[in-house]
Design a protein around this ligand. Structure first.
Ligand SMILES: [Fe+2]
Length: 296
């Protein structure tokens, strides 16, 4: 829901919304981060003197809060597995690609309403075979012959090395720290992008807003708040080229799903050619299925 550095001092706070739940998070005088459902802030002053009414009986209900790679996460499920446990392999690989990852600061936010279900966005982010057709400049930036994938219970990873410093996407300097791109996903709806170039982290949340609508919420972290020239070139390419290319796909897939001619497809699984395989999409859809069955 934000970065740890945004709440560095006691009393600083953030407010965010998860579906229909507003969440308030602040750092206390004891320096501990705490999150709450705001609940009923109102009327507390008016209850003074009322018999058998103790305001502390109606305090704020707390929400689980955890931090990871310099970011703040909340979880409405108090019984969920610890974030650090489920993300251990993912974070290890991300830190290997981008030393100093945990110390980056928020530089740019970008949001975009999209006419597609949030699961359509996640599906797209979990396979790479669309890149050859949809992302010609990305294909120039990355060497797909170095494509590596792995998955854990609640995370997945796609990694590739930079192929050409002077490519159609943006220039990558020889002195830049990040040589290996790593694109990871954390169940259910968050993806992390570390791209070749200066130290960077993109956080991409795919937020459901309706059966056929989602909010893309992007945050870009660099070494300082003000992007350098090369960081700005990366931002411009991501926001003006990469995101629109994927958004067109999300919306066209959603359009196809609405067709009465569509019933279901089948997964293309080929672990020997991971750049063509949908086994991460299958993993995600199984997690969705299991979550729905458990909730029922
Ligand atoms: Fe894409």
């Amino acid at each position: 829901m934000g970065a740890v550095h945004q709440l560095a001092k006691p009393g600083e706070f953030l407010i965010t919304t998860i579906i229909d739940q507003e969440i308030f998070i602040t750092r206390g005088e004891d320096s501990v981060l705490r999150a709450f459902y705001p609940g009923d802030f109102h009327g507390v002053r008016g209850v003074k003197g009322i018999e058998h009414f103790n305001p502390s009986d109606f305090g704020l209900v707390s929400v689980r809060v955890e931090t990871l790679i310099g970011l703040i996460f909340v979880n409405l499920d108090a019984n969920a597995d610890a974030l650090t446990d489920i993300s251990e392999s993912m974070v290890k690989d991300m830190r290997a690609s981008c030393p100093g990852l945990d110390d980056l600061v928020l530089s740019r936010k970008y949001e975009l309403q999209t006419a597609a279900n949030w699961k359509t966005l996640v599906d797209n982010n979990l396979e790479s075979y669309h890149s050859a057709v949809a992302h010609p400049s990305l294909m120039g930036l990355l060497d797909y012959s170095t494509f590596e994938v792995w998955e854990d219970r609640f995370t997945t990873c796609h990694a590739m090395t930079n192929s050409n410093p002077d490519n159609p996407a943006y220039k990558v300097g020889a002195e830049d720290s990040v040589k290996r791109a790593i694109y990871t996903w954390l169940w259910p709806n968050t993806a992390f992008f570390i791209a070749p170039g200066p130290k960077n982290l993109g956080v991409f949340q795919m937020i459901p807003t309706g059966p056929e609508s989602s909010l893309q919420r992007w945050e870009f972290y660099f070494e300082s708040e003000q992007p350098s020239e090369s960081e700005q070139a990366y931002l411009d390419w991501t926001i003006n080229t990469l995101i629109p290319e994927d958004t067109a796909l999300y919306e066209s897939v959603q359009h196809g799903l609405r067709s009465q001619g569509y019933s279901q497809g089948r997964f293309v699984i080929n672990r020997n050619r991971p750049e063509w395989s949908e086994h991460h999409v299958h993993r995600f859809q199984k997690l969705v299925h299991d979550a729905i069955v458990t909730a029922c």
